[in-house]
Design a protein around this ligand. Structure first.
Ligand code: ZN
Ligand code: ZN
Length: 265
């Protein structure tokens, strides 16, 4: 069943609440949080706290929890940011969307889940329960980046010693390398997270650098690369000055555009 998107806020305000009420998307987004928080808790309790070297446990615990925190922060921003919805209502010029009735600007597509036209819509992602579009693409890119890095850290932290221990026949009932349920759970979460997130990160980075959304790639629209260089295209999404803000999920890539009157749908 199509979702409804509450677009709250007075006309002319620069920030709005945005949340897609789609049951499947909410379940997928919640499962993402459960997996990340579950992995963080299990890693701490079952692997790092029992470690004989306290400094080792502290350093790796801090690194993993930092990456998990940044991944979840980027996820929340991607989920709760307006991806670039086209204001409802008609304006002079341009084709009219037959589904939501807006005047569709170039490169906007209608999302059947959000029930709105989204500027530079890339795809609707159930894992962030939102469209990935012009205004939240940076947060989605950072979500995949930090998820891939956190998963890779987990794989190296647990997988490499486990394989070494197994090769040496060192697994025993007292070793933290024993393939207990916690270790198997963490390795499976890390493997799934790394494969999914790294593939998605590479796809998104390529799409951003070539300034072609996935819809445009599939529909073979805009066959050539975008008008700008790859660097300019990257700056258009991450921010116009290279800085730490590029990798911060808390920094908006550009000032929010003032929008016209938007009605609640
Ligand atoms: Zn539409
Ligand atoms: Zn959507």
């Amino acid at each position: 069943m199509p979702a409804r998107v509450p677009a709250l806020g007075a006309p002319g305000r620069t920030r709005r609440m945005w949340f897609v009420c789609d049951v499947l998307g909410i379940a997928c987004a919640a499962s993402t949080w459960v997996l990340v928080l579950g992995a963080a808790g299990v890693l701490l309790r079952a692997q790092l706290l029992p470690a004989r070297d306290a400094a080792y446990g502290l350093a790796h615990g801090a690194l993993f929890h930092l990456l998990a925190f940044l991944a979840l922060a980027a996820h929340a921003r991607a989920m709760l940011s307006d991806p670039g919805s086209v204001p409802l209502g008609t304006a002079p010029g341009g084709p009219r969307c037959p589904l939501c009735g807006c005047t569709q600007p170039p490169r906007a597509h209608h999302c059947m889940v959000c029930r709105r036209c989204i500027r530079k819509m890339d795809h609707h992602c159930p894992w962030v329960n939102n469209c990935v579009g012009e205004d939240n693409r940076k947060y989605f890119l950072l979500f995949t980046l930090y998820t891939a890095l956190g998963s890779l850290h987990l794989l190296l932290l647990l997988g490499v010693p486990a394989l070494r221990g197994y090769a040496r026949g060192e697994w025993d009932s007292h070793s933290t390398l024993t393939p207990r349920a916690s270790l198997i759970f963490l390795l499976l979460v890390a493997l799934k997270g790394f494969l999914f997130a790294s593939a998605m990160f590479a796809t998104q980075l390529h799409a951003i650098c070539t300034d072609r959304t996935r819809i445009e790639q599939l529909q073979r629209e805009r066959a050539g690369p975008g008008s700008g260089s790859k660097w300019m295209n990257l700056k258009a999404v991450l921010g116009h000055r290279l800085s730490l803000a590029w990798i911060s999920p808390f920094a908006s890539p550009r000032p929010q555009r003032a929008r016209g009157a938007l009605r609640v749908v």
